[in-house]
Write a protein that binds this ligand. Structure first.
Ligand SMILES: [Zn+2]
Ligand SMILES: [Zn+2]
Length: 403
């Protein structure tokens, strides 16, 4: 898909809304003011959002590309996921199991892609193909989808730039608006393939024998020019609910412009501030965030969240079906949030569900969905496992995508 201005993008989006979303939007129009938001965490940076009448998957990476096939960059040894030794295929069986566990009828309206790395968009096109949902993501995400046979019309390319003071404000259904915010990626100059804005130049070529792709961040799955974060609002005027989700960030240059090929897409912090102004928000109800303390110290003054839900903290290579591999622990972040009066609400199991309504955020066990997938309500950790895992977790540091 060609790049287009945000005004044209919005017009295209409004005209390209899936009919099912429009229909359910009409049906539930009367209730939209009171609609709650449901946020279900599906591991790593994978989410299932129910916002008003809409059903949305973010990222949706259920396949686990194995760590053993990754080859670090010789030039930049900190870029440990730059290349791969062999192609890898998506696991359609596992994606289907999750799809049908979420909703009996499996309906899905949108798949949002935060950035185009393997641990985010490896299954994004598959979700869209299985459900008819429209992808909203960056240039590389849409090229990845095209390589997997999706028509260009099923992927809407968004930039997230607010350099002109205006940006993409997408009305996904009656009363449900998302503003796209260009963000950066974790890391720094020591791992430039992972960190700096990097887009595909064309659709990657699937492996002739297997149909798989090369998962490396310097191969078929670059970061896609930093990342796209999403600021959601739903409801009307005084009854609005809001949340912000980003799936990678680095304090290294969060206030510097994200550039790709010399073109600036604005600094993440300025883009976020502009989107907040455009939405008329001085705070959000929840931030689904990454980057630990260093990123929180920069983002919190702009976003002023009431609740912080950690994202992308459980590693990249742990088996999905075993459930949560270790408990969340980040003492520095927890202390900072506490001092700011922000409630930290970490997950205790895959498919934990957060409900956001006029009373704030509450956690729900989501037992039915967990049982369909074979997960316990709360992941049991022996004291020994928990202490080993805490050490691993602490050693990972605050950077997602590069533990
Ligand atoms: Zn990641
Ligand atoms: Zn990444």
């Amino acid at each position: 898909m060609r790049r287009f201005s945000s005004a044209i993008a919005l017009a295209l989006l409004l005209s390209a809304l899936p009919s099912q979303a429009q229909e359910s939007g009409r049906q539930e129009e009367k209730e939209s003011k009171r609609d709650a938001v449901e946020l279900t965490w599906m591991s790593i940076a994978n989410w299932y959002f129910k916002v008003g009448p809409l059903r949305i998957v973010m990222d949706g990476y259920i396949t686990r590309v194995p760590q053993r096939i990754f080859v670090r960059s010789q030039q930049f040894p900190a870029d440990q996921y730059a290349f791969t030794s062999e192609p890898w295929s998506s696991n359609a069986t596992d994606v289907l199991r999750v799809r049908y566990a979420l909703e009996a009828e499996g309906r899905l309206d949108y798949v949002l892609a935060g950035h185009s790395h393997f641990d985010h968009t490896y299954d994004t096109a598959l979700w869209a193909a299985l459900t008819g949902a429209e992808i909203i993501g960056g240039h590389s995400t849409c090229l990845q989808a095209r390589s997997q046979g999706l028509p260009a019309s099923q992927c809407t390319e968004v930039s997230g730039s607010w350099v002109t003071g205006h940006g993409e404000r997408l009305q996904l259904a009656k009363g449900v608006t998302v503003r796209v915010v260009r963000f950066n990626h974790s890391g720094n100059a020591s791992n430039p393939f992972q960190h700096f804005g990097r887009e595909l130049s064309g659709p990657p070529t699937p492996d002739a024998a297997t149909g798989g792709f090369r998962a490396g961040v310097a191969e078929d799955f670059p970061n896609g020019g930093g990342g796209r974060a999403f600021l959601f609002t739903t409801g009307e005027d005084g009854d609005r609910l809001s949340f912000f989700v980003n799936n990678s960030a680095s304090a290294f240059d969060l206030n510097a412009p994200v550039t790709v090929g010399g073109v600036s897409f604005g600094s993440p912090l300025e883009n976020l501030a502009a989107a907040m102004r455009d939405a008329g928000l001085t705070h959000v109800d929840a931030w689904i965030g990454t980057g630990g303390l260093a990123v929180a110290q920069l983002v919190v003054p702009v976003l002023r969240p009431k609740v912080y839900i950690p994202n992308h903290w459980d590693g990249l290579f742990n088996p999905f079906w075993a459930g949560l591999p270790f408990p969340f622990k980040d003492a520095n972040l927890a202390a900072y949030l506490d001092a700011q009066g922000i409630q930290l609400m970490p997950q205790q199991q895959y498919f934990d569900k957060y409900r956001l309504d006029e009373n704030g955020v509450t956690m729900q066990s989501n037992r039915e969905v967990k049982q369909r997938l074979g997960f316990s309500d709360v992941q049991p950790f022996s004291p020994a496992t928990a202490s080993v895992a805490r050490a691993v977790s602490a050693a990972m540091g605050p950077e997602d995508c590069d533990q």
